[in-house]
Design a protein around this ligand. Structure first.
Ligand code: NI
Length: 168
């Protein structure tokens, strides 16, 4: 297992639509192990494959409700099939440096996905875990949480990053 470098905005891989996974093989298994290690090390509650440079439909999340708990979940080809209500919660992202912001999301969602054995599942969840899944599934569509902010907030953030990058 090894820690993977996490791509940061504005890396173009973060903007690509991720490819559907058709083969669950040893190399995918290795990637999942590395992604889990990378997520817990960061630390983060979720990580999408495009964030480590792999533009495929794979996310890992920590589904634990406990503060320091670990309950690893792997979702392959996840798709939101039902959604309802609204909630606003604070979000950050391992690929978006120096920013947390309130984002409006669906309160309750149903997600269809495959596990590492290729089995299909349907999961209905709400509140914070629904936020995490929406955030990670967005990554597979090239969407970052800053895209849900007002144009003004997003523009200010882009300016800040430009300045930061220029200083390097
Ligand atoms: Ni993120």
């Amino acid at each position: 297992m090894s820690l993977l470098p996490i791509l940061k905005f504005p890396n173009p891989v973060l903007r690509k639509k991720a490819k559907k996974i058709s083969a669950i093989d040893g190399s995918l298994q290795n990637l999942v192990s590395d992604m889990l290690e990378t997520m817990y090390d960061a630390p983060g509650v979720g990580l999408a494959a495009p964030q480590v440079g792999e533009s495929i439909q794979l996310i890992v999340v920590n589904a634990s409700q406990e503060e320091d708990g670990k309950d690893s979940m792997v979702l392959i080809n996840p798709e939101i099939t039902a959604k309802e209500g609204n909630q606003v919660d604070e979000e950050g992202c391992l690929s978006v440096l120096d920013l947390t912001a309130s984002v409006k999301r669906y309160q309750k969602i149903t997600v269809c996905y495959q596990d590492m054995a290729g089995e299909r599942h349907e999961l209905t969840t709400e509140d914070r875990f629904a936020v995490i899944l929406q955030h990670e599934i967005d990554h597979l569509n090239g969407i970052l949480f800053i895209d849900h902010l007002s144009t003004l907030k997003r523009t200010l953030y882009k300016k800040k990053i430009k300045k930061m990058l220029a200083k390097k």
